[in-house]
Design a binder for this molecule. Sequence first.
Ligand code: ZN
Length: 662
Amino acid sequence: MDPLDQILQLRKLLDRANYAYYVDAEPLMSDSEYDKLLRELIELEHLHPEHYDSTSPALRIGGEPLSGFESVVHRVPMQSIDNTYTLSDLQSWYERMGEFLGAPPVCTCDPKIDGVAISLRYVEGILVQAVTRGDGERGDDVTPQARCIRSVPLRLRGEKLPKVLEVRGEIFMPNVSFNKINKEREAQGIQLFANARNATAGTLKSLDPKTVSERNLAFLCHGRGEVVWNGEPSRWHEFVGAVRKLGIPVSDQLVVCNTAQQIIEAVDSFEEQKNNLGFGIDGMVIRVDLFDSQVELGSTAKSPRWCIAFKYPAEQGKTLLSKVEWQVGKNGTLTPRATMEPIFIAGTTVQHATLHNIDEIHRKDIRVGDLVVVEKAGEIIPQVVSSIPSFRDGTQEEISPPTKCPVCDGPVEKEGPKLYCVSPECPAQFREKVKWFAGRDQMDIDGLGDKVVDQLIDAGLVHHFADLYTLTSDDLLPLEGFAEKSAMALVDSIEESKTRGFTRVLSAVGIRLVGKATARTIVKIYPTLQLLQVATIEDFVALHDFGEITAETLHKAIHSKQGEELFNKLASVGVVLSQDQNANLDPVFANKTMVITGTLERWERSALTEELEQRGAKITGSVSKNTDVVIAGEKAGSKLKKAQDLGIEIWNEEQLAASLSM
Ligand SMILES: [Zn+2]
């Protein structure tokens, strides 16, 4: 098939898959299938840069990092919405609308998502600009970032497209992604995002669009800006239906109401559902449906009059703080956890909450015995928001940071607001490390949950990751809950995990700052332990997204006595410390015949050959018309000349590096 036809077909298929997923909520294909097709498309576009298209799904993986943001004036200001907190205020608002318009208006209610507002501009159906709200008059151009959000259509569907369509909406992070990212950040020892909105804002303002592509943000339309559209609907709820047909994701919770009573019922009944949507909602937006009436009502300097947000009360409660314990994480972090009198908030009983760190405890002046305010939002861990000092009776005790590790009595060090147990022998750290090691995203050992890890360590069976691999069913049988069959099943699944590959091992062993994504980056360039061991700190600094600290930490972890012992032991029990790239051949290299010539700065020739072969390339010694790519370093001679004569694709080191990290 002609490459252009193939490219067009893949783009169409991927667009359809996105529409099915985000607008119809009926996925066409699995995520891995989508990724596979996307990689195919990326490869094809890489080979045929002449078929570039600003609406291609291939752009969703993000391009080059940006140097800054450009400020853009909104053609129609992005005003903020007035809030109301009581149903009686909401009722008065509705009555005011009715008085002004001469009759009670039809209104719509839809959920107010807790995210970051954005304006997407489509001209002739093509996404041309994405701008943040900013101060309402002007915002930042985040078009490359928005392109990396799969639910933002790059091209609208259908025949009669609006000439200009600006939709406003919310970019947000689903709870699942938020929890996942915080888990990864915790594993890497970097500060957690306080909530999904902060995480979204931080992600969207990242100058590297690749970050956006990895964070799984989503978009829902909730408003309109400039619109030039022959046959534009005249009511909001019709507009929502019409843009949905164009492929723009909208809320499926929209309700049309004809009376104040119906509005109040909609707001009431939604309060129960709002914790089950999978993303954060902080209220309901009520607006006059008819656009002409909206124009008639106009706006104040700050907000439109025809629209109001009802904010649900924060999911908070007051209870007694009875105890603070310091928990030891796998990197030795000591995190304060509050135990409280049980209290019912947002659908569940809460008894524990995080206090973040010692600086936060002091800033909020929280003491043991205090009456405290606890907040819970969605799936986020409950947290202690504040204390109520007026309640104190003199029995409250100030909380001081631990001077010794509560588990191993080892020395404690403070780094910024964080406390660490720095004893390398700390059993609590090890316990957490084994739980992490066995987790689904790491070695994925079925049947080795937190409880079993505790049992194994308590029974003295596991002192090192490698000990897991020598366990027998006879070792397990005496443990509570194990029978012949389950013991054998666990031994089998531990055995099976040996071949998960180097990427997973590297993120499983719990090197500080090295999570899954970082491990992937490392293994792409250093697919075996041997290759990793000869790399220098400078080599690591050159890796995508690596800073000096990460590079040094990684280097130290590999070359420390414990590090060497760790990998030796894992190797000795048969854990595979290389990545079988056959399992996921790189489409950029698969089945390509390549020739390497000249002196390369960044790679050792034999290591590079091995790397490329693992990705599916065939490396040959001489250039012929069957050669697909020639990689030319410094002082390349006759082979380069021959490749030029034959018109064969030639890559320099930069291009090779870019292809390797794609
Ligand atoms: Zn300790």
